[in-house]
Design a protein around this ligand. Structure first.
Ligand SMILES: Nc1ncnc2c1ncn2[C@@H]1O[C@H](COP(=O)(O)OP(=O)(O)OP(=O)(O)O)[C@@H](O)[C@H]1O
Ligand SMILES: [Mg+2]
Length: 248
C-alpha cells in the first residue's frame, strides 16, 4: 500500500528470521512482505513476542534475515556484511528508542552532533546543525543541558533531533512514547506527526499503544511472525479484530 505515490524507501520480500538455541530453531518471522514509500507514517503493532522488535531490527539493518530479500532505496542489501550495514545505518536511518539512549555526560548539542562525527562533518558545522535540529524539536535554549537536566519528553526530543542529524531516509522508533506519561507521550507523538506532515520524514513506529497507532496513516499488525493486517488505522484494525490480511 502506498501513500501519495512517493518513491519506495524499502521493500521486504519473504523475510524469514530463525533464532537458533539449544532447544532448537525458533521462527520469529515467517514470510514477511512489506514495502514503505517516501513520506509514509506507519506503525507496527502486535502482541508481546509476535516479532515486532525482530522486524524492526531487520528494517533498521541491526540484524539480517535468515531468508528473503531486503531492498533499501532500490538496492538489494540482503548480502551486505556488518561493515556495509553499519554505514547504511549511519547514513540513512535515524533511530529512536524507548529509553532515549542519550549519552549522560554530553550536552544536548553534543548528543545530537554525535552521528555527524562519523560522517566527517567539521565541529563548527556539527554544532550549527545540532542547534538547528534542537530548535526544530522545540528545544531552543537547552543546547548545553545534559540529559539529567531535562524532562523525559525533552530527552526524547533530543533523541529525535539526534536521529535526524544525518537527514535520514527513514526514522525508526521502537516504543518511543513507552517511557513517557500520557501527556508527554502525546507531545512526542505530535512531533513525529509534524516531522512527517510538514517535512515529509518517512517514519516507522513500533507500538503497543492503539492511541499511537491511530495517529499514524498505516498500521501493520503482526502475529506469530506473520502480517495479519496492513492498512488504515480503523477502529477494528487497532483493536486487532476483523480485517483478514489481503496481500492484493
Ligand atoms: N535472540 C533470540 N533468541 C531466541 N529467540 C528470540 C530471540 N529474540 C527474540 N526471540 C523470540 O522471537 C519472538 C519474537 O520476539 P520479538 O522480540 O521480536 O517480539 P516483540 O513483538 O518485539 O515483543 P515485545 O512486544 O514483548 O517487545 C519471541 O518469541 C522471542 O522469544
Ligand atoms: Mg519488542
Amino acid at each position: 500500500m502506498t501513500s501519495g505515490g512517493g518513491k519506495r524507501v524499502l521493500e521486504l520480500n519473504g523475510i524469514v528470521k530463525d533464532y537458533a538455541s539449544e532447544a532448537g530453531t525458533f521462527r520469529a518471522l515467517d514470510g514477511v512482505d512489506v514495502a514503505v514509500d517516501q513520506g509514509e507514517f506507519l506503525s507496527i503493532m502486535g502482541p508481546s513476542g509476535s516479532g515486532k522488535s525482530t522486524l524492526m531490527n531487520i528494517i533498521g539493518c541491526l540484524d539480517s534475515a535468515t531468508e528473503g530479500a531486503y531492498r533499501f532505496d532500490g538496492v538489494d542489501i540482503s548480502a551486505y556484511d556488518e561493515k556495509a550495514l553499519a554505514k547504511l545505518r549511519n547514513d540513512s536511518i535515524g533511530f529512536v528508542f524507548q529509553q532515549f539512549n542519550l549519552l549522560p555526560r554530553l550536552s544536548s548539542r553534543a548528543n545530537v552532533a554525535l552521528p555527524l562525527v562519523y560522517s566527517g562533518v567539521s565541529l563548527k558545522d556539527r554544532n550549527a546543525r545540532a542547534d538547528e535540529l534542537l530548535a526544530l524539536v522545540g528545544l531552543e535554549g537547552k543546547e548545553l543541558s545534559r540529559p539529567s537536566q531535562l524532562s523525559g519528553g525533552q530527552q526524547q526530543r533530543v533523541a529525535v533531533a539526534r536521529a535526524l542529524a544525518n537527514n535520514p531516509r527513514l526514522l525508526l522508533a521502537d516504543e518511543p512514547t513507552g517511557a513517557l506519561d500520557t501527556k508527554t507521550g502525546a507531545e512526542v507523538l505530535a512531533l513525529f506527526r509534524d516531522l512527517n506532515a510538514a517535512r515529509g520524514v518517512t517514519a516507522v513506529i513500533v507500538t503497543h499503544d492503539p492511541g499511537v497507532a491511530a495517529a499514524t496513516n498505516r498500521v501493520v499488525r503482526i502475529q506469530d511472525g506473520r502480517i495479519t493486517y496492513d492498512g488504515p488505522p480503523t477502529e477494528q484494525a487497532l483493536a486487532g479484530v476483523g480485517h483478514a490480511y489481503d496481500p492484493a
